[in-house]
Design a protein around this ligand. Structure first.
Ligand SMILES: Nc1ncnc2c1ncn2[C@@H]1O[C@H](COP(=O)(O)OP(=O)(O)O)[C@@H](O)[C@H]1O
Ligand SMILES: [Mg+2]
Length: 368
């Protein structure tokens, strides 16, 4: 079998790693000449809306999938015209490319989301404040990631300037959720509608970027874990999603509040390569190719620490007990994800010391 992937970054690289033992060959489309996945997959170096590039990445492919949600509509249309099966289906993309549609979908499913109002002109500020109040966060509806395209609004008086800063239109203003911690849940859905959910995980961010994930989320009551998984299932079913999907969540004293949906493998699921029976990458490959999904159960406990900005010394990371290092081969740059370290242990107690060591090394490299 053969899989095409739109995007050739680290997510595509890890998808290709998961595809390889199944005998599935992979081609990726990515304009960057040094795309991470190019190390192990056929790399078509062209823009995402380049017709010849789309033809090449899909040639002979059973299915084309993607590693990011901001696929140009023109690319999806071209692949459809070629008769290529693109999975997840377009509904997953169109909904998750827009924070407003995403929230509307979840609210309609009875999932709690932050109060929000849409802003399409500076004059919408007053109504948004009446509806949502302050403090809040103003976000672009589209194309935001890693905290980009967002402005914190401390008081009502700050909203007009924030609206100007973000271009005045196509914005969403959200009330600030008073969360105790951030969680996420990764689920996979097969072409036959079968569903599996990974244990919900706890995420810590720094400068808007994921810094650390602990899996399963420590001390999450079983009812809360089930509620988080039910949110993932409901979203996947409502979208008719095929493959892996992640929902970012806030843990609050009043229960779980959903933040955003990623219709793809997610950074908070990287721990599953070593920490789960079947990784999120293997399950995405299986899901989109119509193969049976694998067991998402955790094997013991795991943590993932992102390598951001610069890389710590490899030998120092490898000296940590239970550590596996994944480096993406990307040039260092402030705020850029360059790799991650996964730590697995038999118990939370056994995980604590290695996790602290990995965090210290990666934090120093992030600051360097
Ligand atoms: N409504 C909110 N209330 C509180 N914190 C929020 C809210 N929205 C976003 N955040 C914080 O900002 C981070 C990034 O926002 P998010 O919506 O996930 O955008 P991105 O696409 O950049 O990941 C979240 O992980 C969370 O820490
Ligand atoms: Mg997010």
């Amino acid at each position: 079998m053969r899989l095409g992937i739109l995007g050739g970054g680290q997510l595509a690289w890890m998808l290709a790693q998961a595809a390889e033992p199944l005998g599935v060959s992979v081609a990726v489309l990515d304009p960057s000449p040094d795309a991470a996945a190019g190390r192990i997959a056929e790399h078509v170096a062209a823009a995402y809306d380049d017709l010849a590039g789309l033809d090449a990445v899909s040639a002979g492919a059973d299915v084309v999938t993607y590693e990011f949600e901001n696929i140009p509509a023109a690319a999806v249309a071209r692949l459809a015209a070629l008769g290529v099966t693109v999975l997840p289906l377009p509904a997953s993309l169109t909904t998750t490319q827009d924070r407003a549609r995403e929230k509307e979908l979840m609210r309609g499913l009875g999932i709690h989301v932050a109060p929000y109002a849409l802003i399409d002109a500076p004059a919408d500020a007053a109504a948004a404040l009446t509806q949502v109040g302050a403090p809040g966060i103003l976000k672009t509806r589209r194309l935001g990631y890693d905290g980009k395209g967002q402005v914190r609004v401390a008081t009502a008086a700050d909203l007009p300037a924030a609206i100007r800063e973000l271009g005045g239109t196509d914005l969403i203003y959200e009330g600030l959720v008073a969360f105790t911690r951030e969680l996420s849940v990764v689920v996979a859905r097969g072409t036959d509608g079968s569903l599996v959910a990974y244990p919900p995980v706890e995420n810590e961010h720094r400068d808007g970027i994921l810094s650390c994930t602990v899996a399963p989320a420590p001390a999450l009551p079983p009812a809360q874990a089930e509620a988080a998984q039910a949110i993932g299932f409901a979203v996947a079913e409502a979208l008719g999603h095929i493959g892996v999907l992640c929902v970012e969540l806030f843990d609050t004293p009043d229960g779980i509040v959903a933040n955003e949906i990623a219709p793809r493998v997610h950074n908070s699921g990287h721990w599953s390569i070593e920490g789960a029976v079947t990784s999120q990458f293997a399950n995405h490959v299986r899901g989109v190719l119509g193969l049976p999904l694998g067991d998402p159960s955790a094997r013991g406990v795991a943590a993932m620490v992102n390598i951001v900005g610069t890389e710590p010394e490899l030998a120092a990371l490898l000296a940590i007990s239970g550590a596996s290092v994944h480096t993406y081969g990307k040039a260092p740059r402030p705020g850029r994800k360059l790799g991650h370290v996964t730590l697995v242990a038999e118990s939370s107690a056994a995980l604590a010391a290695p996790l602290a060591q990995a965090r210290a090394l990666c934090a120093a490299a992030w600051d360097a």
